[in-house]
Design a protein around this ligand. Structure first.
Ligand code: GLN
Length: 195
């Protein structure tokens, strides 16, 4: 089992540490040559989706990654990663362009969208398929505003969808890699194993 971690910008190191604790091998994707290695899944970290999207485009990674996801490669996107996977994105001011992105999940992501969330907040909430609450750290997070029937809601906070799954694609608006609870990563690894 070997997981690719997109390492262009953002909180990729924290995901790698989480995988290491779970005993899962991983490697960083910084350019096309890295991506061409064998892999069983992909993690797209939080950070700044505009920066990551532009880098993905400029490094010619956007199309090969999109094709791999569409061919069934399991992918887990957190926060900015959720935005990069969303088909539609809302909530950009005119000065902030909609980021180039993968757009493989049939949902609309609302960016920087919580009223109280100009800063960050921490909460705990249920997550479908996991017993008990999950700690959730939100940092200028998006939420899922609309989604197609094939997108299953896994978690909601204050009536907003904050985690969802569409087949081989898993997204969380929060940062499970910043808390010690490993169960969301374990959930993703079950998706990888079940592929
Ligand atoms: N606000 C960021 C964006 O729009 C996402 C924040 C995060 O990943 N923590 O890309």
């Amino acid at each position: 089992m070997r997981i690719a971690v997109l390492a262009l910008q953002g909180a990729f190191l924290e995901h790698e540490m989480m995988l290491r604790k779970l005993g899962i091998d991983c490697f960083e994707v910084r350019r096309l040559e890295d991506w061409q290695q064998e892999k069983d899944g992909l993690i797209i970290p939080g950070g700044e989706s505009t920066t990551q999207g532009k880098l993905l485009r400029d490094l010619s990674l956007l199309d090969p990654i999109r094709e791999a996801i569409e061919a069934g490669l399991p992918v887990f996107g957190t926060c900015a990663g959720l935005i990069l996977l969303a088909r539609e994105v809302e909530g950009n001011s005119p000065s902030v362009p909609v980021p180039p992105r993968l757009g493989t999940m049939r949902m609309t992501a609302a960016r920087n969208a919580y009223g109280r969330q100009l800063g960050s907040f921490h909460t705990e909430a249920p997550f479908k398929g996991i017993d008990g609450d999950i700690p959730m750290t939100f940092i200028r997070a998006p939420y899922i505003k609309e989604s197609a029937d094939e997108v299953e809601t896994l978690s909601e906070v204050d009536g907003y969808i904050v985690a969802a799954r569409q087949g081989n694609q898993l997204v969380a608006a929060f940062h499970p890699e910043l808390d010690s609870d490993m169960r969301v990563h374990e959930y993703f690894m079950e998706m990888v194993k079940g592929r």
